[in-house]
Design a protein around this ligand. Structure first.
Ligand SMILES: [Zn+2]
Length: 148
C-alpha cells in the first residue's frame, strides 16, 4: 500500500508507504518530503493538495488520481470525509486519493470548472476520465471507482 504526495515547497512527488492495516495504525511516522524534509499533509491514506500540488499530482502520478473537491463549510462534504478516508485506506495503491479544499484553493475549482461540491473526479494519464457531483456511500464510491 502506498500513495503519492507532492511537496508544496520543492514540488517533488514523494512515494509514501502506508500501513498495511486498513484500519490504520498509530505507528506510522509523519511523512516528510524526501528532498527538503518538510511535513507532507497525508491524513491516513488521503493526500491533501493545493491547486499547484493537484496539477503536479495529476501530471506525475503513476496510478490514477481520485480527487475530492470539497470545502469546510459544506456539510455533505464533511459527512462524506470518513467514507472517503475508509475507501482510501482500503484501496490506496490502485488509486491516489487526494482532496483539495476549494475555499482555500479557488484556482483548483476554477481550473476544473467545479460547479458544486462535493465533486469527485478521476484523473488518468494526466487528464480527467470521470466525474461525479454529490456524496456517495462507501459501496457507491467503490462501484464508481470500479473496485467491486
Ligand atoms: Zn520538498
Amino acid at each position: 500500500m502506498e500513495t503519492y504526495a507532492p511537496c508544496s515547497k520543492c514540488n517533488r512527488l514523494n512515494r509514501i508507504p502506508l500501513n498495511a492495516d486498513p484500519r490504520g495504525g498509530g505507528s506510522r511516522p509523519e511523512p516528510v518530503c524526501g528532498a527538503c524534509k518538510i511535513p507532507l499533509p497525508v491524513h491516513g491514506a488521503v493526500v491533501e493538495v493545493s491547486a499547484e500540488g493537484l496539477e503536479r499530482l495529476i501530471a506525475k502520478s503513476p496510478v490514477p488520481v481520485v480527487v475530492d473537491f470539497w470545502a469546510p463549510w459544506c456539510g455533505p462534504c464533511r459527512m462524506f470525509a470518513p467514507t472517503y478516508s475508509s475507501v482510501a485506506g482500503e484501496f490506496s495503491g490502485r488509486y491516489v486519493f487526494a482532496k483539495v479544499d476549494t475555499e482555500a484553493n479557488p484556482a483548483a475549482g476554477d481550473r476544473h470548472r467545479i460547479r458544486s461540491i462535493p465533486t469527485l473526479a478521476i484523473f488518468k494519464n494526466g487528464g480527467e476520465a470521470q466525474r461525479q457531483s454529490g456524496a456517495m456511500d462507501a459501496n457507491g464510491l467503490k462501484q464508481w471507482l470500479g473496485l467491486r
